[in-house]
Write a protein that binds this ligand. Structure first.
Ligand SMILES: Cc1cc2nc3c(=O)[nH]c(=O)nc-3n(C[C@H](O)[C@H](O)[C@H](O)COP(=O)(O)OP(=O)(O)OC[C@H]3O[C@@H](n4cnc5c(N)ncnc54)[C@H](O)[C@@H]3O)c2cc1C
Length: 313
């Protein structure tokens, strides 16, 4: 058991949790970040980050994450490799229990465990993530200028992402796994104006092929593989990681935490930031800013300030 009472226990050390730790530690709040595995988070998995301001082009998500972490550590934040499996939110002091049998106590908790896709279902998907398999056109479209890509999915998100990719790629195959899309009519109309998008109905990917990077897709009912340089998957969606909260916090029907501008959950003293929140756009810069703002609200709560504000030293 950890004897230390922390001012803030941050669960999840991705860009949201690490940015929050920079701010809470720098505000002289005793801070620990519990993270099960940096490679398991969305930023840790990102092969190349090219759109985060102030960092050289081509940096990997992991390098960016380690820079954020060491910055937080330089201000006194502690990091522990721990998987949180349960919380006790009933008392003023909040408790986080980990898989290794430890308990961490905090005057506040800040949840930043991100959002993860459901597990890989297609042969070759896991091996080629970051090497042509992507889940985010906003992140990766610019790497496919003039190249051939496929988008798989039947939702409005899949159609929107295909439209977005068509501005960069030379050719976009939109592979709908069934006989129709479930997408807004306006998006479907826009599809007809994009000559470089080819819609293929009843097209299920049975395997993603390539050695080192994506080269082709095998499709159900087709003998020849479809040659592509990349594939964007929108087949399963992703869900905020809140299983360890044991239903103690209010969440929306889609499973995200809706905190409002103060970043506080339905339990006072429990804050949240990052992709675990309800949001339209998932990007590192957005969650880093949320980590900062949530940290300032933690500081406001603990110090009884009338409003959240940053102090410059
Ligand atoms: C493949 C890919 C490429 C991307 N490319 C870009 C890009 O180019 N540019 C961009 O801006 N954004 C990109 N994104 C989006 C961006 O990475 C995410 O929006 C961002 O990382 C979310 O940050 P987060 O801190 O909320 O969660 P995450 O980065 O997912 O971090 C959550 C952390 O919590 C930990 N965790 C989870 N559960 C527990 C638990 N129970 N106990 C302890 N720790 C736990 C995880 O191990 C992880 O370290 C990409 C995402 C993916 C998946």
């Amino acid at each position: 058991m950890s004897e230390t009472l922390y001012d803030v226990v941050i669960v999840g050390g991705g860009p949201a949790g690490s940015s929050a730790a920079i701010y809470t530690a720098r505000a002289d709040l005793r801070t620990i970040v519990l993270d099960k595995d940096p490679h398991a988070g969305a930023l840790g998995m990102a092969h190349v980050i090219a759109n985060y301001p102030g960092v050289r082009s081509g940096i990997s998500g992991m390098e960016l994450l380690l820079t954020m972490r060491s910055q937080a550590e330089s201000f006194g934040a502690e990091f522990a490799r721990e998987k949180v499996i349960g919380l006790d939110l009933r008392e003023h002091v909040k408790k986080a229990f980990t898989a290794s049998g430890k308990m961490f106590s905090g005057r506040t908790l800040l949840l930043a465990t991100g959002s993860m896709g459901k597990s890989s279902e297609i042969d070759g998907e896991r091996e080629l993530v970051g090497a042509g398999v992507s889940y985010c056109a906003t992140c990766d479209a610019a790497f496919y200028k003039g190249r051939v890509v496929a988008v798989a999915g039947r939702t409005g998100e899949a159609v929107e992402e295909a439209l977005m990719l068509s501005r960069f790629a030379g050719k976009v195959y939109l592979l709908c796994p069934s006989s129709s899309f479930s997408a807004p009519r306006e998006d479907m109309e826009r599809l007809t104006f994009q000559p470089n998008i080819e819609v293929m109905f009843n097209s299920r990917i049975t395997s993603i092929n390539g050695s080192g990077s994506v080269e082709s897709l095998s499709l159900s009912g087709k003998d020849d593989p479809l040659p592509v340089d990349g594939v964007f998957l929108y087949l399963t969606g992703s869900s905020p990681v809140i299983d360890y909260t044991g239903g103690q916090l209010d969440s929306t029907p889609s499973g995200c935490l809706d905190t409002g501008p103060g970043f506080v959950t339905s339990v006072p003293g429990v804050f949240a930031a990052g992709d675990v929140l309800c949001k339209e756009i998932k990007q590192a810069i957005i969650v880093a800013s949320e980590g900062c703002r949530a940290a300032l609200h933690v500081d406001k709560y603990l110090r009884g300030r009338d409003k959240a504000r940053s102090d410059y030293h």
